[in-house]
Design a protein around this ligand. Structure first.
Ligand SMILES: Cc1cc2nc3c(=O)[nH]c(=O)nc-3n(C[C@H](O)[C@H](O)[C@H](O)COP(=O)(O)OP(=O)(O)OC[C@H]3O[C@@H](n4cnc5c(N)ncnc54)[C@H](O)[C@@H]3O)c2cc1C
Ligand code: SF4
Length: 493
């Protein structure tokens, strides 16, 4: 065994790339207090514990695995000095920095370092820190999808080609990789059942078979399966939603990436190799790679750049408490087909793909002024891939526009027409997407116009929203639309 310091690995740092040497001594901690403090989705608790225990089993004698109440108790039980890769939340960073025997190393598990991001941000001067510019910088720096100094295929971005609605007969892609549970999963399930019975922990959502990788080998299989079978269709249908196909051609790799089981650069290199070998069209490879070295890293760096206060941003003064039916994932209480389906996905799987999060769940919350901090907490607890660093910018910034436009130049608000175009939900819904008054007025359409009216002054100053504001001012029934919304209040639509 090498003579490195013992490496303390958090539960989201489980891959080999968090170690310096394969045989480095390791500390793993299963702290039950994390589960006691908040009501996580049952399947999220299962996935994290399963991954942690699988890693401990793999490491054998190399690891000290402490199952205890708090991290503090675990550290008190270890005498030797420790190193840890920079943790992924402000709270955990503060915790480790206050420990004399713990040396904090730079973060791993992302493709751009903090120094590289700082140099890029500094170089922008007063210009906005646009994701697209960050992404191009990363492509050049990492040499990904580049032909010399030029982007492969002569274009940086195929986004405009990648907004097709779901095809009528379905996508026809093979389903995603799914694991087979083992005895570690059985043990985790027994423990969670017991703790819940004893009243020590409480969960939200339903239990179900583990659906995401818990080991590096499983994650590698899931990646290979995605690249070989599903990535070719990824590009064009990235924004599409289908009640018959909840995951379309998405990778479903965010839980494995965020547990640290996959190195994001490996995902990118495999996608690029598939393109270079003619197995995947460029627009799909580029679409996927932009999500990983673009969005994922961009969000990660903004989390640190914007600081702990960012979570409290609330520039649209949104103060509605989360209604019980929404907080409890009561999909059956909801008649609006899209929203009921989306909540059902979260309840049953702790997962929904990006557009479902943004344009159904987030859109509904934005329209009704759900309090952004509480909504962030809800997303964080209810989604299997939710962590503070990724949820905070995605919810506060991208989805709720509570940062006044740092992350997205305009709010992601839309009426039923968008959902109708990009999904099959409206057919068979009791509402009609094109109605904003009357008994079958679509709650997303009434919600959209009410949102614009409520924030009229602020949105009128945003050039990208000015047309919507003008459109709202031309509506002769806007008072009636707002009255419908006021009547509905916080009741399920
Ligand atoms: C309101 C809201 C909440 C979100 N919460 C999370 C979250 O808790 N955890 C999370 O990983 N992603 C989150 N996202 C981003 C995105 O929705 C998920 O990463 C994606 O749906 C995961 O599914 P996938 O692996 O099939 O993604 P794919 O569509 O296959 O995309 C490929 C990869 O790109 C990365 N990625 C893409 N977009 C983003 C983004 N905006 N931020 C960070 N990474 C991104 C993910 O690692 C993902 O695996 C959120 C987005 C919104 C709008
Ligand atoms: S009609 Fe409105 S509520 Fe119903 S599915 Fe369409 S967008 Fe959703």
């Amino acid at each position: 065994m090498g003579n490195e310091h013992r490496r303390w690995l958090f539960a989201d740092q489980l891959g080999d790339h968090f170690l310096d040497e394969g045989d480095q001594p390791v500390l793993l901690v299963e702290a039950r207090s994390v589960l006691e403090r908040r009501r996580f989705h049952r399947q999220k608790a299962h996935l994290v514990l399963s991954a942690l225990r699988h890693r401990a089993a793999e490491l054998g004698d190399q690891v000290i695995f402490i199952r205890t109440g708090t991290y503090g108790e675990a550290l008190d039980a270890v005498a030797e000095p420790l190193t840890v890769c920079h943790p992924t939340s402000h709270a955990a960073a503060a915790f480790v920095s206050g420990r004399a025997k713990v040396t904090v190393l730079p973060a791993r598990g992302f493709t751009t370092t903090r120094e590289e991001f700082a140099a890029w941000a500094e170089g922008r001067g007063d210009r906005r820190m646009l994701m697209e510019d960050f992404y191009r910088d990363a492509r050049r720096r990492l040499g990904v999808l580049m032909d010399g100094d030029e982007p492969a295929g002569g274009r940086w971005n195929f986004d405009a080609d990648n907004r097709e609605p779901p095809p009528r007969g379905g996508l026809g892609v093979p389903g995603p990789w799914r694991p087979v549970e083992d005895e570690i999963d059985e043990q985790v399930r027994r423990d969670l059942d017991r703790w819940e019975r004893d009243g020590v922990v409480a969960f939200v959502g339903r239990d179900g078979p583990r659906a995401f990788p818990a080991t590096r080998a499983e994650a590698a299989d899931a990646l290979a399966c995605f690249v070989a079978r599903r990535l070719p269709c990824f590009g064009p249908y990235q924004d599409a939603m289908s009640s018959a196909d909840p995951v379309m051609a998405h990778s479903l790799l965010s839980p494995a990436l965020n547990l640290g089981l996959l190195d994001p650069l490996d995902c990118v290199r495999e996608a690029e190799a598939a393109y270079r070998e003619g197995r995947v069209p460029l627009r799909s490879a580029e679409g996927y790679i932009r999500q990983v070295i673009g969005w994922r890293d961009y969000v990660w760096h903004l989390y640190w750049h914007l600081g702990p206060g960012y979570r409290q941003e609330n520039r649209l003064s949104a103060r509605t408490p989360l209604p019980e039916w929404f907080a409890e994932l009561d999909a059956d209480a909801v008649e609006a087909r899209c929203l009921s389906w989306a909540l059902g996905q979260v309840r049953d799987h702790g997962f929904a793909h990006h557009i479902v999060r943004l344009m159904v769940l987030g859109n509904y919350a934005l329209q009704r002024a759900f309090e952004p901090g509480r909504l962030t907490d809800w997303f964080h607890r209810c989604f299997v891939d939710g962590y503070d660093w990724v949820m905070t910018p995605n919810v506060v910034g991208m989805s709720q526009h509570a940062d006044g436009g740092v992350l997205a130049t305009k709010p992601y608000a839309s009426g039923g027409a968008y959902i109708n175009r990009m999904s099959d939900f409206c057919h068979g819904c009791r509402y009609r997407p094109d109605r904003r008054t009357g008994a079958d007025a679509c709650p997303f359409t009434t919600g959209y116009w009410s949102f614009i009216a409520r924030n009229e002054e602020r949105l009128a100053a945003n050039p990208r929203m000015a047309r919507s504001v003008q459109g709202m001012r031309r509506l002769d029934d806007i008072d009636e639309v707002r009255a419908i919304e006021a009547d509905r209040g916080n009741a399920p639509p």
